[in-house]
Design a protein around this ligand. Structure first.
Ligand code: PLP
Length: 401
């Protein structure tokens, strides 16, 4: 089913599909031609007329990137910052939050490793307390447990919407409703969900949302973005400032700018920023509702097909699942399987426990293969993938015996 998407056109506009079977969209998706052209053209202009001059020439298009990003998530352009990746976006907000000693931060089993490392550092530096909210029977955040912990008092809820290591899509809006009810500041890591599923910050009611360019949005590497609500803009001071984020107003004074660009820094990758804008416009033109429906279907099909293979265990959890499919094969090292597939131009990645210590050891799940599909993938690619997994598994088990 194409879900009304012009699949032939989409594939024709994705040069990478000619050479690879790309199921590593949760790593970095194949960009559409327009993203490639936008980046290359800007680099060419920089080479032809000078970097500053090329930025001046592209000023309107650079500003339009904020309009595109805000349209993607239902925000206002002044609430958006463009930074180098999702981690820095998240860091700028969380390290800038005015924590007091003893503040409780509630987080989830699916929380991204870098976020947890940052929270642990803030625990060590500032004395915040990290409280882990359990999963419910479906494997998503347990809303009853969340409410019980919010009721005890919490400064912040930090939740990963869609984890790096599985199909789970956490219920972002019900969490937002509870945060609003209990007055907790809500930080949503939408790194894997941006471009994968529709996002609307007004419905989700998050204070902060972080995202990246290269994954489901199909933008260039080294691009990311941050959304901050009005309350977040008032409350968060960037952990570091420069002459873009602030103005040096007198010899001993500075003023922080009042929009979300205060979380950016002066030097940036202009070609990447324009490429990010092109990627978001492409996503908006196709419609994230339609692309989400298609990739969710492809993900579900892939899970079913893999589950039918002998010795294969699929590890995705959650009541709602997207395009990230994780599995392991009995007696076969996941890294070795990924390498075998890569040798056949089939791209996947592996998810080890150290990337998800709140989750994988808790579930007793080994290092998994992550096969992440996008809307531009096809049923034929699913077939080829499943038979390649089967063949590689048989080969590997023969070697072990
Ligand atoms: C859920 C999640 N959050 C954050 C990140 C970090 O994103 P970035 O590499 O753009 O900083 C990732 C990257 O895989 C991720 O999967």
């Amino acid at each position: 089913m194409s879900h009304g998407l012009p699949l032939d056109r989409i594939r024709a506009e994705t040069p990478g599909v000619e050479g690879v079977l790309h199921f590593n969209n949760a790593g970095s998706a194949l960009p559409p031609q327009i993203v490639l052209d936008t980046v290359v053209r800007h680099l060419e202009r920089e080479a032809a007329i000078g970097g500053y001059e090329a930025a001046d020439e592209a000023a309107e298009r650079l500003e339009a990137v904020y309009t595109s990003l805000s349209a993607l998530i239902g925000a206002q352009p002044h609430q958006m910052a463009v930074v180098e990746n999702a981690t820095r976006a998240w860091d700028m907000a969380v390290y800038g939050y005015p924590f007091a000693k003893g503040d409780r931060v509630l987080t989830v089993r699916a929380e991204y490793a870098s976020n947890v490392i940052a929270l642990l550092q803030l625990r060590d530096q500032l004395g915040i307390e990290i409280v882990l909210i359990e999963d419910d029977a479906d494997g998503q955040i347990d809303l009853a447990h969340l409410e019980a912990e919010l009721n005890k008092g919490a400064a912040m809820v930090s939740m990963t919407h869609a984890p790096t290591n599985g199909g789970l899509i956490n219920p972002a809006a019900p969490v937002g409703a509870l945060c609003e009810q209990y007055g907790a500041f809500y930080v949503l890591d939408a790194c894997q969900s941006a471009g994968q599923v529709p996002l609307d910050v007004a419905a989700i009611k998050c204070d902060v949302l972080s995202g990246t360019g290269r994954k489901y949005l199909r933008g260039p590497r080294g691009t990311g973005f941050l959304y901050t609500s009005e309350r977040a803009l008032e409350r968060i001071t960037p952990p570091f400032l420069d002459l873009h984020a602030a103005t040096w107003t007198a010899a001993d004074a500075y003023e922080v700018r009042d929009d979300a660009k205060r979380f950016e820094n002066w030097e940036t990758n202009y070609a990447g920023k324009l490429g990010l804008g092109a990627a978001v416009d492409y996503a908006l033109e196709l419609g994230v509702d339609a692309t989400a429906d298609r990739l969710i279907d492809l993900g579900a099909k892939l899970r079913n097909r893999l589950e039918e293979l002998p010795g294969v265990a699929v590890h995705d959890k959650g009541a709602h699942r997207g395009g990230i499919v994780t599995f392991s094969v009995d007696g076969v090292e996941s890294d070795a399987l990924c390498a075998d597939l890569r040798a056949q131009s089939i791209n996947t990645s592996s998810s080890p426990a150290r990337h998800a210590r709140f989750d994988l050891p808790h579930r007793g799940v080994p290092t998994m293969v992550r096969a992440s599909v996008h809307y531009y993938n096809t049923d034929d690619e699913l077939d080829r993938f499943v038979s390649a997994v089967q063949d590689a598994a048989v080969e590997r088990s023969r070697d072990v015996r």
